[in-house]
Design a protein around this ligand. Structure first.
Ligand code: PGA
Length: 260
């Protein structure tokens, strides 16, 4: 099996203005040790209005953090009032862009087709998508969780070419909707089972070697107390962290989970 570099990303959602964002990143950097960054990637995904400030901070303080955005429009430019394009993000040294978060799917009507166009645009501009998939509580209870996730994966990756040498640039985040912001977490076994199903589907869409290189994160109430067992699962290569990433102490504990 290919060695995959885990990626831990903080999704701040619509929290923190640019001044608070600067403070949060400064505190996070203070809590982290050089060894915490080794062998894993650490990403912060603030709101669009904070990206420029955080880009400057990362550059001036030479922080080994990557910058992520929470969304983008699939087009390069145009009459799309209020939207932000991939080239604009790329110019801000954004490395990762979250695509198809369940909040965007549920609250802003994003279909697999839209998410698919976003993933293509993110890759076309040399950035890395964090493609979110996940079932609702009802879907899990009905026993259709794997079908739902596999179908989201197929729809969101339709026509997307992933080769062996760019497979590491694609991240899939398995985020069960019922675990997001609820304090409920999938058991490590259930999370592993779904991440393995994601990898099996990726192998059938591409091939086994490519699938083995794609990073698959778990997201949904990841906390300092549960990150270690989740990350210990063979098919879980990182975490997409919402609430806990808003506390520099908690996010540092999550990133630093290998310390003890
Ligand atoms: P949570 O959010 O960690 O607050 O559950 C995860 C996410 O929405 O990415």
């Amino acid at each position: 099996m290919a060695e995959r570099t885990p990626v831990i990303a903080g999704n701040w959602k619509m929290h923190r203005d640019h001044l608070e964002a600067i403070q949060l990143v400064q505190k996070l950097a203070y809590h982290l040790e050089a060894a915490d960054y080794e062998g894993q990637e650490v990403v912060v995904c603030p709101s669009f209005v904070c990206l420029r400030s955080i880009q400057t901070l990362i550059q001036s303080d030479r922080l080994p953090l990557a910058l992520g955005a929470q969304n983008c429009h699939p087009e390069d430019e145009g009459a799309f009032t209020g939207e932000v394009s991939p080239p604009m993000l790329q110019r801000l040294d954004v490395t990762y862009v979250i695509a198809g978060h369940s909040e965007r799917r549920a609250l802003f009507g994003e279909s697999d087709e839209i998410v698919n166009a976003k993933v293509a645009a993110i890759l076309r501009h040399g950035m890395r998508p964090i493609l979110c998939v996940g079932e609702t509580k009802e879907e899990r209870e009905a026993g259709t969780a794997v079908d739902v996730v596999v179908s989201q994966l197929r729809g969101s990756l339709a026509g997307i070419d992933i080769a062996l040498d760019n497979a590491e640039e694609v991240v899939v985040a398995y985020e069960p909707v019922w675990a997001i912001g609820t304090g409920l977490t999938a058991t490590p076994e259930d999370a592993q089972e779904m991440c393995a199903a994601v990898r099996t589907e990726l192998a059938s869409l591409y091939d086994q070697a490519i699938s083995d290189r794609i990073r698959v994160q778990y997201g949904g109430s990841v906390k300092p107390g549960n990150v270690k067992t989740l990350m210990g699962q063979p098919d879980i290569d990182g975490a997409l962290v919402g609430g806990a990433s808003l506390s520099s102490e908690d996010f540092a504990l999550i990133v630093g989970h290998r310390r003890d």
